[in-house]
Design a protein around this ligand. Structure first.
Ligand code: CA
Length: 276
């Protein structure tokens, strides 16, 4: 049902200040809902010398979607928006963004279903989910379903920017050409690919980050806090429960189906990866 448009397709463009200049608001884009134009922001730098990202916002509260979009555009990112789950999924598959800001409660297809389908299609996009206040379980459900991070409503613009750019930073820094190997598990750090016994393993960007930290020092035990600090960097972005969820996800993908597990938990101490 998708057109398989290459990742480099210039569908996004940055329009900083477009609203101030009297341009149509975000919801009044051409029928294709794509940003066309020469001023694509791919390759530009956003704040803090971070690469500008192509961001898809899927949020049915139009005012909030506009608010998020404007804030991210002001930070140099390229934005696209959808107000419906099915359209958001289609958009993310047709023209893969670097990051999806995904509301969970959406018309036609809820956010968790969108996320599940993105992950089963091996979408490389990082996903930041927006959860309503009081829906504590949604955070856990979202992370288990493959989200890279979450933000609880109501949130401040500063918080949103910090989360988005932390996700961008992780993508931007993991570029050292390197091949990590633990037993039959391999990670091509440069291309962000993982395989075990030659069989490719699809991981979300955050899962890759956690696995990379472990694989860089096989046999070393990382406490939950240290793992958090290495991967999330900013203290407000994690709690140790988050790490446990990521380790569970990694175990399922890396160890299930193989006779010897590589990821080990040392009760009350932390986690390690080591050859059998
Ligand atoms: Ca909603």
């Amino acid at each position: 049902m998708t057109a398989n448009i290459p990742r480099s397709s210039p569908g996004f463009s940055s329009r900083p200040g477009a609203d101030e200049a009297g341009a149509p608001p975000f919801v009044c884009l051409p029928p294709s809902r794509r940003f066309a134009g020469p001023e694509t922001a791919v390759g530009c730098l956003a704040t803090d010398d971070l690469p500008a990202m192509r961001i898809l916002v899927v949020e049915d509260e139009r005012q909030l979607a506009r608010h998020i979009t404007r804030a991210l555009e002001r930070h140099g990112h390229s934005l696209r928006t959808e107000h419906d789950g099915a359209l958001g999924l289609q958009s993310a598959l047709d023209e893969p963004p670097d990051l999806v800001v995904l509301d969970l409660n959406l018309p036609s297809l809820d956010g968790l279903a969108v996320l599940a389908q993105l992950r089963s299609a091996n979408s490389p996009a990082r996903v930041l989910i927006l959860t309503a206040r009081g829906e504590v379980d949604d955070r856990v459900k979202g992370l288990k379903a493959g989200a890279d991070d979450y933000l609880a409503k109501p949130f401040s613009v500063d918080e949103l920017i910090a989360r988005v750019e932390a996700l961008g930073r992780r993508g931007a820094t993991a570029t050292a050409a390197d091949l990590l190997k633990v037993s039959d598990l391999q990670m091509d750090v440069h291309h962000r690919r993982v395989s075990r016994s030659g069989r490719p393993i699809a991981l979300s960007p955050r899962e890759l980050d956690v696995l990379q930290v472990l694989m860089q020092e096989p046999g070393r035990v990382f406490s939950r806090t240290e793992l958090c600090e290495r991967v999330w960097q900013r203290q407000h972005e994690y709690d140790t429960r988050t790490v446990e969820i990521f380790i569970t996800r990694l175990r399922k993908k890396v160890d299930t189906g193989f006779p010897t597990p590589l990821i080990h938990t040392l009760r009350t101490v932390g986690y390690t990866i080591r050859p059998p």
